[in-house]
Design a protein around this ligand. Structure first.
Ligand code: 13P
Ligand code: SF4
Length: 324
């Protein structure tokens, strides 16, 4: 019989969690992958911190025996899809994503049926079931480049983020049918709060993730994926930035851009915590330690679903290699 799983109550308050996590990583031959929106203490323990595309590539290429994924569930699903049979641990299985939630697979199938002949391009922030119904997956890093590779005559459905889809339509002039989903974090930034910050810091660069609504993107000096935003700050050390994305990323920006000052854009009605992704923040140092000790929770997908979802992901990597 397996021993009972440890819980947070079982953790000795004097335990050096960081040291234990490092010890377990060696013992298990594990790799710890983390997204920029994780708490800084988790980022500092990770073997690699990156955006959705880089994390997918790392997960695909790793020779570790176990993948510990500090991000949200759809990211861990991608790691499982690329590594059938390999344990992929996620500190909290409830770490979902509002974009995934906004695109239920059955409703998406009905939507697709209403648009015969359309190629389905889906943002990686969706369930494995929606990926399995898609022709190509994209991330915020490669979406524009991959869209430009599709012949002009080919009608396209883009799902599930209507803001990223709208941004791509404006950027490329390409018409697409959009699914009506959104990210609760990027959708809620206050334009009025942003304007006040811009007045207060007139020399600040405004940098934004394309999951933000058009009105906010209209103020941005630079728009891009999380890694693109970090890279932009690295090119401007000692300057001031207003950041329109999840503030967990500021930890890497501070490392990449010495001497710079960062202001997270405020949420609606002055809410100061609404720009935190409540899904990402479900992962804590304690849960990271517990998932490694317990070897659970483990992300698992039915084999046939994983195989179907793998095809559009492989297509994404192949098409990205052409532009890289
Ligand atoms: P990227 O890190 O790929 O830019 O995506 C951001 C995001 O929404 C993660 O959930
Ligand atoms: Fe999903 Fe938005 Fe959180 Fe990213 S920030 S995981 S898109 S809810």
């Amino acid at each position: 019989m397996n021993p009972p799983l440890l819980t947070e109550k079982d953790i000795d308050p004097d335990l050096d969690l960081e040291a234990e996590i490092k010890r377990l990583r060696v013992e298990m031959n594990a790799v710890i992958l983390a997204h920029y929106y994780q708490d800084s203490e988790i980022q500092d323990l990770a073997d690699f911190v990156g955006d959705s595309l880089d994390l997918s590539r790392r997960a695909k290429e790793t020779d570790a025996d176990v993948i510990v994924f500090c991000g949200v569930r759809f990211m861990a699903e991608v790691a499982t899809i690329f590594n059938p049979g390999k344990p992929v641990l996620l500190p909290d299985l409830k770490a979902g994503c509002s974009l995934e939630d906004s695109c239920p697979p059955e409703q998406f199938a009905a939507f697709k049926a209403k648009h015969p002949g359309h190629l389905v391009m889906s943002y990686i922030n969706c369930s494995a079931e929606v990926k399995a119904q898609s022709d190509i997956i994209v991330t915020s890093t490669n979406a524009e480049a991959l869209l430009r590779q599709i012949p002009e005559s080919q009608p396209i459905i883009f799902a599930p983020d209507r803001y990223l889809g709208g941004y791509l339509k404006r950027k490329t002039g390409r018409d697409m049918v959009l699914w009506n989903g959104s990210c609760i974090v990027h959708e809620q930034f206050s334009e009025r709060g942003l304007s006040q910050l811009m007045t207060q810091y007139p020399d600040a660069w405004v940098i934004a993730h394309p999951e933000c609504p058009e009105a906010l993107l209209g103020h941005a000096d630079h728009i891009g994926s999380t890694s693109s935003l970090v890279n932009f700050t690295a090119k401007h050390p000692g300057e001031t930035f207003i950041v329109l994305t999840e503030p967990g990323i500021i930890h890497q920006m501070e490392k990449a851009s010495p001497g710079s000052t960062f202001y997270g854009a405020p949420g609606a009605d002055g809410c100061v915590s609404c720009n935190n992704c409540s899904f990402m923040k479900l992962n804590t140092l304690e849960k990271l330690y517990l998932c490694m000790v317990n070897k659970s929770p483990r992300l698992e997908l039915p084999r046939d679903l994983a195989e179907k979802a793998r095809l559009p992901l492989e297509r994404m990597l192949d098409m990205s290699a052409v532009v890289a």
